[in-house]
Design a protein around this ligand. Structure first.
Ligand code: MRU
Length: 352
């Protein structure tokens, strides 16, 4: 059992580990209002697609608890306003919208119960949000088991960004595969890309693996090609913010480059993600909205300017890896391989 957690429900608010402060300080924030929760998501205090979904679910539960509504119609309108605010936080991570839809559908059912009251709907939403978190951990463990056969004894595993316990309610997706291999007694080693501009790899992946005693070495993003050429990387495992129906993957900026490099060097490139990250309504990667973030994360490091004032920067936060570069998608229901239009639809249960 870890002695830390990513986020959880409490009667006083949503409690989360402030990831902006890691690895310097372990600070837990207790967020009272929906606005505070939305800002925590926007400012990356909590981040990673499944964790964003969990935070939004807890946010809706919090909205129900804070609502001064005296009747069900007023409560419904407060919940809709909260969902609208939370949906505006980050556009790429589809788990955000998945969680809001799931909570919204649950709210509608609770509101339609024969003896529904403001209190009963609140109780249902708090329980549902906590269940989304518990389920997320179970799903991550299942992803780990599904990915275990892909990790050879002694493997050096390259990962990008943070798709670990910090990006989920616990255990992680890409790092879930690593944890499963480690727990199975395999001597694995992780190479963590630092992940410019926000350094999720250097700060977060390194922090959580070190806490769990899993060997991790940080490299700068531009070292991957050199190490692949020297056969120092056996496989790449990354997470995903959204996977389109054709298998194209949106993930942290820099993922696409790694996939191209992996193909050139004959290294398997795996994407580990829950079924809730599949977006079969979006046909291909070009249709996935890519978040553009502000200047500061690119133009500054630790609040120090590294780009001359007046010189513009670009900051797309995600990129698209075409399905043809993905060796397999690892989900809690097993592996999907090309052709992804068929395998993903089958795994998601849309067709069998
Ligand atoms: O901007 P971030 O830190 O939210 O980006 C996170 C990623 O790109 C992760 O790889 C992805 O959300 C999967 S997390 C299990």
């Amino acid at each position: 059992m870890s002695d830390w957690f990513t986020l959880r429900w409490s009667e006083d608010g949503v409690v989360l580990l402030d990831q902006r402060q890691l690895p310097r300080e372990e600070v837990y924030l207790t967020l009272d209002s929906v606005e505070e929760i939305a800002r925590a998501i926007e400012s990356l205090a909590v981040r990673g697609a499944p964790a964003i979904g969990c935070a939004a679910a807890l946010g809706l539960a919090r909205a129900a608890c804070l609502s001064a509504a005296q009747d069900l119609e007023a409560l419904r309108s407060d919940l809709e306003a909260a969902a609208t605010r939370l949906a505006r936080t980050r556009p790429t991570a589809v788990n955000l919208f998945w969680a809001l839809e799931r909570m919204g559908a649950l709210a509608e059912r609770a509101l339609a119960e024969p003896h529904a009251s403001v209190e009963s709907v609140r109780g249902s939403l708090v329980a549902a949000a906590q269940e989304i978190l518990a389920e997320d951990v179970r799903v991550c463990r299942a992803i780990g088991q599904a990915g275990l056969p892909l990790v050879p004894e002694g493997a050096s595993i390259l990962t990008h960004c943070n798709a670990g316990a910090l990006a989920t309610a616990g255990y992680g997706t890409a790092l879930g595969v690593v944890r499963a291999a480690f727990e199975a007694g395999r001597k694995v080693r992780v190479l963590a890309d630092e992940t410019r501009p926000f350094f999720q790899g250097a700060r977060l992946t390194a922090w959580e693996l070190q806490r769990d005693g899993i060997p991790v070495t940080v490299i700068t993003d531009n070292m991957a090609a050199h190490l692949m050429r020297r056969a120092e990387i056996d496989l790449v495992v990354v997470g995903a913010d959204r996977i389109a129906a054709n298998g194209d993957v949106a993930n942290k900026i820099g993922t696409y480059g790694l996939a191209v490099l992996a193909r050139e060097h004959g290294i398997p490139f795996y994407v580990a993600a829950p079924i809730s990250t599949l977006d079969l309504a979006t046909p291909c990667g070009d249709a996935i909205p890519i978040e553009e973030r502000g200047r500061a994360e690119v133009a500054e490091i630790l609040s120090q300017p590294i780009v001359p004032e007046g010189v513009p920067v670009r900051h797309p936060a995600f990129d698209i890896t075409p399905a043809r570069l993905v060796t397999a998608v690892v989900t809690e229901r097993g592996l999907a391989r090309a052709p992804y239009a068929l395998s993903l639809a089958k795994l998601s249960g849309l067709s069998r």
